[in-house]
Ligand binder design. Structure first.
Ligand code: S3P
Length: 169
C-alpha cells in the first residue's frame, strides 16, 4: 500500500500548486484540507474564522486530518497552520511522507501581499505577523521528513526534488 505524500509549510509557500502538479504527474488523488473544511462548513476559510473563530477552525482541521491521514497514496495539501495541533503531524507521518516547503518570510510576503483571503494576515503589519508566526512554527515544520527549498517562484524545482525523494523510498 502506498504512502501519502503530505505537503506542509507556511501560507504562500506553494503547497497547493506543487500538490496539484504532483497529483497530475503521479496520477494520484489530490486532497486539500482547506477545501474540505470549506465544503463541510459551506463557507470560505475567511468566513469560518470570522463566524466561529480560530479554535473552531483548528478542531475542524484536526478532524479532517484524522480522516485524510488514513488515505492511501494521496497527495495531501495541508493548511499552513496544520502543525499547531500537536497530534496532526504524527497522524500525517504515520502513513505519509511529509515534505516541508520552506520559503523565507520576505518571499512569502512578496507572494501573498496582494491576496486578501487569508484571515490571519488581515493586520496592519502583515510582514511582521508573518515573521512572528514563522518563528513560532519553524520548529514544528522542521519535524517533517524532508525539507524542500521553495523560495524560487517556479514550482518545477520542488516538484522534481519531491519526485526524486519518493523514488528512493
Ligand atoms: C492558515 C493557512 C491557510 C488556512 C488558514 C490558516 C495558517 O492555508 O488554513 O487561513 O494558519 O497558516 P494556506 O497555507 O493554504 O494558505
Amino acid at each position: 500500500m502506498s504512502k501519502n505524500i503530505v505537503l506542509i509549510g507556511f501560507m504562500g509557500s506553494g503547497k497547493s500548486m506543487i500538490a496539484r502538479e504532483l497529483a497530475r504527474r503521479l496520477k494520484r488523488e489530490l486532497i486539500a484540507t482547506d477545501s474540505l473544511a470549506e465544503t463541510r462548513e459551506g463557507k470560505s476559510i475567511h468566513e469560518i474564522f470570522k463566524a466561529k473563530g480560530e479554535p473552531y477552525f483548528r478542531e475542524l482541521e484536526h478532524n479532517i486530518i484524522k480522516e485524510v491521514s488514513l488515505s492511501q497514496g494521496a497527495i495531501i495539501d495541508c493548511g499552513g497552520g496544520v502543525v499547531l495541533h500537536k497530534e496532526n503531524l504524527n497522524l500525517l507521518k504515520a502513513n505519509g511522507i511529509v515534505f516541508y516547503l520552506q520559503a523565507t518570510p520576505e518571499v512569502i510576503y512578496e507572494r501573498i501581499k496582494h491576496e486578501g483571503h487569508r484571515p490571519l494576515l488581515k493586520v496592519p503589519d502583515p510582514l511582521g505577523c508573518i515573521k512572528e508566526l514563522y518563528q513560532q512554527r519553524l520548529p514544528l515544520y522542521n519535524q517533517a521528513h524532508h525539507i524542500i527549498d521553495a523560495n524560487d517562484a517556479l514550482i518545477e524545482g520542488p516538484v522534481v526534488e519531491i519526485l526524486n525523494k519518493i523514488k528512493t523510498i
